[in-house]
Design a protein around this ligand. Structure first.
Ligand code: FAD
Length: 460
């Protein structure tokens, strides 16, 4: 039989593996297939991270991971037939693409007399399990979270499978081999790909930072979050393992609450697959945005992408994204708000750009977070909440440490000028051309946004 690994690329607390290995005398082949079509759509940093994860998983399996390349449906079924498998085990997928693919795989396997057994999920509680008492899914986070807490989640398995329990490798597709040999384009220290390193880093986070997480998590310069999102994206660790290590510790419940945001967005996407790219609140279809093809908007959008807006906190976030593939949550909110509410660009444009660059890019979390900022989502920020980039900067990066890390032009100026460098320019502390002037006037754009939101309310 086969364990088909997808978003559960680990040996510990892997329930698909457990199910396959539970049968007496089971001959189990772990299998992973790279889909070139999917890789094409994945950001370079994310696919490089995935290659690192697969390489390390294969190492953990003592080189027993069967590695394939091609369309997953055809490739998996051919492999199953080749080795005479009667069963394929996998962790259940909940994204629209994953579900469609699994339906096709299941059908083809069944036609060949092979069972396809799906179980567990990459979440604390499988999407679809928590529903309102009155019926239907939760559209607002807080009641969802309360219901999830009273439902409870399982503890992780305290076992890590012995690689010797798996059969020796019989397949190593040469393109998969070549792909794995490519060089990394991400910081391995910051984003470890090996499960034991991720868990080790997480334990250090619990020991040293969890107690002040609830406040510290808002400050982009203090490195006070777990930075575990890339590992969660590919299942190098299961959130159960993290919740278990965090629970009972000071700050633990705040941390687990954040993990539930990930669950929450997955259940929104499951129940409403169109919400990945369409406004959840249809009223927002009426909202007027600037014409994206118009030269001014195009050049402003380009400035946002490159971190050249003249608003240091926005530029720091965008440059962190370009340099590392990751951005702090506070900066994600600020940069997203700036694109939507200061530049009047539809949230979908920003969501797509983030997906093209994030190492942890995840359709459910990313696109629904963008909708949250736009105000069009389920649990949306009120439309009139428009982040002021200078005030956000002063509040969450008071000494300008984050800005100075990513906006090198401002590294040497006194911190009091760093949030709004116009004064530093006037005093000659930096040259006029060394850092861009603000591409828009926030106060003015805020007013335009409010008027457009008001008009939208009138139209509908
Ligand atoms: P921690 O603060 O240590 O949190 C632990 C984990 O909880 C995270 O790894 C994540 O899995 C989950 N989590 C925390 N906050 C959120 C949240 N608001 N929504 C969903 N899950 C959360 N997260 C992604 O994993 N992938 C994305 O593509 C993504 N895109 C985002 C886009 C925007 C515009 C915004 C505002 C947020 C986005 N997030 C995304 C959520 C959040 O920013 C990241 O999960 C977080 O910054 C990851 O860093 P961390 O692991 O250090 O987080």
């Amino acid at each position: 039989m086969i364990v088909w690994l997808r978003r559960d690329l680990r040996l510990s607390d892997n329930r698909a593996m457990a199910a396959a290995l539970s049968l007496p005398d089971a001959v189990v082949y772990p299998y992973f297939v790279f889909s070139p079509k999917l890789l094409e759509k994945t950001s370079p940093v994310r696919s490089s991270y995935l290659a690192g994860v697969v390489r390390d998983l294969d190492g953990d399996l003592d080189g027993r991971l069967n590695l394939d390349w091609g369309d997953p449906v055809g490739s998996l079924v051919s492999f199953a037939l080749e080795i005479g498998a009667t069963k394929v085990y996998a962790t259940k997928e909940f994204s629209p693409l994953g579900r469609t693919r699994d339906e096709a795989v299941g059908l083809k396997l069944r036609l060949n007399g092979i069972q396809f057994l799906l179980g567990d999920s990459p979440y604390l509680i499988s999407p679809g399990k928590i529903n309102r008492q009155s019926g239907g899914w939760y559209k607002v986070f807080t009641p969802y979270y309360r219901a999830a807490l009273s439902h409870g989640f399982e503890l992780p398995f305290d076992i890590r499978f012995d690689p010797n329990r798996f059969s020796n490798r019989v397949l190593f597709h040469r393109q998969a081999e070549a792909y794995l040999e490519g060089s990394d384009c991400f910081d391995r220290k910051r984003f470890p790909t090996k499960a034991s390193f991720v868990l080790e880093a997480f334990s250090t986070f619990v020991e040293e930072k969890l107690s002040h997480y609830s406040i510290g998590r808002n400050s982009p310069s203090t490195e006070n979050t777990s930075v575990v999102s890339p590992a969660l994206r590919f299942g190098v660790v299961h959130p159960r393992q993290l919740a278990y290590l965090a629970s009972g510790q000071e700050g633990g419940s705040d941390y687990i609450r954040e993990l539930f945001w990930r669950d929450f967005y997955a259940q929104v996407l499951l129940n409403n697959p169109e919400s990945a790219w369409k406004n959840l609140n249809e009223q927002f279809d009426q909202l007027v945005y600037d014409e994206i093809d118009e030269a001014t908007t195009r050049s402003r959008l380009q400035a946002w992408k490159l971190g050249l807006t003249g608003y240091p906190i926005v530029d720091a976030g965008m440059r962190q994204l370009l340099a590392t593939g990751w951005m702090h949550n506070r900066s994600r909110m600020i940069t997203a708000s700036f694109l939507i509410k200061d530049l009047h660009v539809p949230w979908q444009v920003g969501a797509r750009y983030f997906m093209e660059h994030l190492i942890d890019g995840d359709l459910a979390s990313n696109n629904h977070s963008w909708q949250w900022v736009a105000g069009s989502g389920t649990d949306a920020a009120p439309y009139f909440r428009i982040f002021n980039p200078v005030l956000q900067s002063k509040k969450f990066d008071p000494n300008g440490d984050y800005i100075k890390t990513w906006v090198k032009e401002l590294a040497e100026i006194p911190s009091r000028f760093v949030h709004d460098p116009s004064e530093a320019k006037r005093l000659g502390l930096i040259g006029e051309a060394s850092y861009p002037s603000p591409i828009v006037d926030h106060a003015l754009e805020r007013q335009i946004t409010l008027e457009r939101y008001e008009a939208m309310k009138v139209v509908t």
